[in-house]
Write a protein that binds this ligand. Sequence first.
Ligand code: AKG
Ligand code: FE2
Length: 372
Amino acid sequence: MKFPVNEDGKSDLEKLLAACEPASFGYKGKDVLDESYRKATKLDESAFSVSLCPYKLGIIDTIAQMLLPNAGGGIRTKGVKAELYKLNVYAAPSGFFKSHVDTPRSKTQFGSLVVSLPCYHEGGQLHVRHAGHFTKFDWGTASQVNTKPSVHWAAFYSDCEHEVREVTKGHRVTLTYNLYYALGSGDLAGNSPEMDATSLPLYRKIKFTLSVLTFMPEGGYLGVHCNHAYAHSTDEGVMSLPSVLKGSDMAVYSVFRALGLKIYMRAALEYDREQFYDSDEPDLLRELEGGVTVTDCGDDENEDYLSVLEEWNGYWTDVHWLNDPIDANLNTGMVHLTYGNQSGVGWIYTSAALIVEVPAASERYEAMSALE
Ligand SMILES: O=C(O)CCC(=O)C(=O)O
Ligand SMILES: [Fe+2]
């Protein structure tokens, strides 16, 4: 059958209603039918199929961001899996479901999603309560007078009490989904069997190199400039790293992680080192943070270029770079003045880099031998 169903559309619903059975609810570990507690009918998920997909509609992405706000943050990003559970019909004159919490179907279930299909009804408001807060979702046709028939939804945590008020007209048809934590894409690094870093050729090479005692005997930092572009100097861009590392960058990140090494994402300031220092001078790094540094500090042949660079507030570190930065991936890191016979404005760019802490050879030898 097709939705939307309007006020005169009861005959469209007949087949669906005929296929439905009374809906039970869980009480003390048993499924109970009791019309004084719940008056509704149901189809089990195995008894129907539906073309609506909450993933395609962006509902699951929204839930991931709203209900699991760590998603998109650090490396422990969680994703959300929604599993279709039932189709329910709450019919007039008095379909309802008294206040309850949903029974978790597994340890990873954190909530429920209700999707209301566009079908003429009035009443049947969903009330959700938690810790003194109360939210009402009214998807009845009368409350949507100026809008086209549309799908409505609500998602809530498992510990929220909720109830469906009496349906006074028509049929309230809903799909319910159980919501589970799932590994999100940010968990790719080191957690996904599809991305087993130890099977990458780079893993063996780096592992071998690190087990050589004459390689960086005192330890130090290895640096890899990212191969892909990231908005590493905007707030949003910084929030999403390292979760959104792409292709080879994620591979490199995962390899060093699989080797048990500490990895930092840093912005490296690009400046013409040879002009002022010999090339063994340390690099200027900064934690990723949003924004471009703007300074009215300037440089000319008499002024120390250092004073301009230091406006960026980074720190100096010796880094052994494994590659060169890629021009196309640079972000503007600092805008400063230039003095001379004509004043002007100069830009200094930054590149997003993976900085890997390499322990001294004597410390890492055992760790490397213990790895596969
Ligand atoms: O239909 C609704 O809005 C909520 C249904 C419900 O609470 C349930 O099926 O457990
Ligand atoms: Fe429920």
